[in-house]
Design a binder for this molecule. Structure first.
Ligand code: ATP
Ligand code: MG
Ligand code: MG
Ligand code: MG
Length: 477
């Protein structure tokens, strides 16, 4: 019998609870203790102050299943989504934490026992990495897992050393990898081919054993443990698939997305699944973000949300997805996950309306951008689209530079941003000279504004407070 996402989530929480950990609910996607962080990117975010020694709680060990978004900011997987079987913009991170309670030995023992005893994953499928100076962890892996040297990979890069910032707690990590088999491409961590879906990182154990100061790293007397395991990745393992999008958490949406696009496809992707992975994933992250109070806008978090939605719309347009595709997909996600995350259900109407509205607003500009870029293809040289041409599309036709770059990057082409900036500066300087204002071109979209006015009149304003930015430009310029 196959373990579903709900079963794995509760198995993890229950088994760490029985080891004495406090079950702590997921915090929201907008961190309330850190204005510098765009979104919650890991389980440890809500415990940051405890790990820094600034706050005390009644428990010294905890276990969570945390909602995470990695799109924008330091952790940004947005551009990878669709092209790998293991990256999402929204995902759930399972994690156990020790606040100066147990350290390396128990952390390794607990992880090993959960994977191999509780979930019964064969030991032959697992590899671990350790930071190259962390011989202590390597010894523990040998002792606890009875691993030979070939199963323990010493990594020099900062991938295996975690630090909160320029100062604060830091320490080496040990990551557990699962081998999906030689029919999938990709190499072992630390090798040149590592960026494939064969050896997938399941679980990262962070050993916070130093305090980083301006004078160097000082050993902590009472170190901490922070771990994170992607729920979708462990679900893929448990369900015998290599692609997270084929697990019970996402497959339904992929299938529905395909059904809703009977007239696919104009553009060839290496895998038919790529655009549908993007659509399913982005509807999920956009819905979760809206349920946590983020709405599309032109700055900060709202802007990242808008870019997520627009990336989905772009991929949708490649396969002739109908305009209401995202808003039609959203209910499938909501009803799949509402039991665990009731905030989704509360926000359902808002989510559907917003997704449709964003699609309507973006439709004409996307179509225009794609047509104009198609017509300008001949000027691409060695994978670079000239900045002067990009400026012309922007200045004469109102196609935002971000959109030009996004459309081209789907084909591995970059825009010469420097040349674009030079054109922009020159134009600004000359318009100042002739007192024409420094705005350059302004593209007003009267139809959208009229639509917006009617919406705000029909609804309670607070329901739509995120929309005030509609008055501004579509993209930051
Ligand atoms: P990767 O190297 O695969 O990008 P990571 O090292 O960036 O992962 P961590 O920061 O160590 O990831 O996060 C802990 C765990 O969360 C990972 O081991 C993985 O299982 C999961 N995870 C990280 N990023 C994603 C993502 N974008 N989508 C799904 N799961 C993720
Ligand atoms: Mg990563
Ligand atoms: Mg990694
Ligand atoms: Mg990692």
């Amino acid at each position: 019998c196959i373990m579903k996402i709900v079963d794995i989530r509760s198995a993890f929480l229950d088994s760490f609870q029985s080891l004495g950990h406090q079950i702590v609910p997921s915090s929201g996607l907008v961190p309330d203790n850190d204005p510098t962080l765009l979104f919650t990117t890991a389980g440890m975010v809500q415990f940051k102050d405890i790990l820094m020694g600034k706050e005390k709680r009644s428990y010294s060990t905890a276990v969570t299943c945390q909602k995470c978004v990695r799109a924008g900011g330091k952790h940004n997987d947005l551009e990878q989504v669709g092209y790998t079987a293991r990256h999402h913009t929204f995902f759930e991170m399972l994690g156990n934490f020790s606040f100066s309670d147990y350290f390396k030995e128990h952390a390794i023992e607990y992880a090993w026992s959960f994977l191999t005893k509780h979930l019964k994953i064969p030991k032959e499928k697992l590899y671990v990495t350790v930071y190259h100076t962390d011989t202590q962890s390597a010894q523990l892996w040998k002792k606890i897992a009875n691993f030979s040297d070939s199963r323990i990979l010493f990594i020099k890069s900062q991938d295996n050393f975690w630090a909160m910032g320029d100062t604060g707690p830091c320490g080496p990590c040990s990551e557990i990898f699962f081998d999906h088999g030689s029919h999938i491409s990709g190499g072992l961590p630390g090798t040149a081919q590592q960026d494939g879906d064969r050896f997938v990182e399941l679980w990262n154990l962070v050993f916070m054993q130093f305090e980083r100061t301006l004078q160097g790293d000082i050993p902590l007397e009472r170190p901490c443990i922070d771990t994170g395991m992607g729920l979708e990745r462990i679900a893929a393992v448990m369900q015998g698939v290599h692609d997270n999008f084929h697990t019970d958490g996402l497959y339904h949406m992929i299938k529905t997305s395909k059904l809703l696009c009977p007239n696919a496809s104009s553009k060839a992707f290496s895998t038919e699944d790529i655009p549908h992975r993007v659509l399913a994933d982005h509807v999920r992250s956009a819905s979760f973000l809206m349920a946590d109070g983020v709405l599309p806008s032109n700055e900060g978090r709202g802007y990242v949300l808008r870019r997520i939605v627009r990336r989905a719309l772009r991929f949708g347009s490649y396969i002739n997805a109908p305009l209401d595709h995202l808003s039609e997909l959203a209910p499938y996600l909501i009803h799949d996950m509402e039991k665990t995350y009731p905030e989704l259900l509360r926000a359902e109407a808002l989510i559907k309306k917003t997704l449709l509205h964003e699609a309507e607003r973006f439709e004409h500009i996307l179509a225009k951008g794609m047509r104009l870029i198609q017509e300008s293809k001949s000027c691409i040289q060695e994978g670079v689209f000239p900045g002067e041409k990009a400026f012309q599309l922007y200045d004469t036709h109102g196609v935002p530079i971000d959109l030009i770059q996004d459309i081209l990057s789907d084909e591995g082409i970059t825009v010469d941003h420097e040349a674009f900036e030079v054109c922009l500066e020159t134009q600004k300087a000359s318009s100042r000279q002739y007192s024409l204002g420094s705005q350059g071109s302004v593209f007003r979209d009267e139809e959208t504004e009229n639509f917006w006015n009617s919406v705000t009149q029909a609804h309670h304003p607070s329901e739509f407070c995120g929309y005030h930015a509609l008055e501004h430009e579509d993209y930051i310029q």
